[in-house]
Design a protein around this ligand. Sequence first.
Ligand code: SF4
Ligand code: SF4
Length: 184
Amino acid sequence: MIVNRKPLTFLEKLYLPAIAGGFKVTARHLFRSLFGGKTVTMEYPEQKWAVPEGYRGAPYLVRDQDGNTKCVSCQLCEFVCPPKAIQITPPGPGGAADRPNAEKMPREFEINMLRCIYCGFCQEVCPEEAIFLLKDYSITGLTRQELIFNKEKLLALGGVHPGIRKWKHKFEEAKDQEDFPVKV
Ligand code: SF4
Ligand code: SF4
């Protein structure tokens, strides 16, 4: 299909009306910000957008209330990750976990943030609720290697997430039994 382009008029060929139109928009925003107190820009990166709840930012590993690693190195997230951004090194024979009710934890856990597409599959598939897409959307670095986050970095960024521990200690289960049913 041939698209016949409309020839430019004399004024359009001068480009001056288009430049004047651009200055008009700039001047309007300038006066609004000077006298109306309304700004359309922000001081990024000092100022950042407030992202809504449930926003899918960068995936990080989280710790439970006691500060223990929740990941049990099952490698499901590594398997489902579409761009193969996750690389887990299992603990090998005798590798112990740092929390009760877990047999193992990863020796190393890397996420290549250059590959990650923030799809959330890792979070969906994780049986231990150990990996979450948090609100961090500004992932920058000076080298490619810098953007491969290791286990320590992922755990530090993910932080402690109370209230999402899958397995409870025996004393907490007993307490739940005492409190149930709730008396009114
Ligand atoms: S969010 Fe998607 S692409 Fe990123 S690590 Fe998880 S599964 Fe892989
Ligand atoms: S983050 Fe979850 S899915 Fe991935 S290896 Fe650890 S426990 Fe398994």
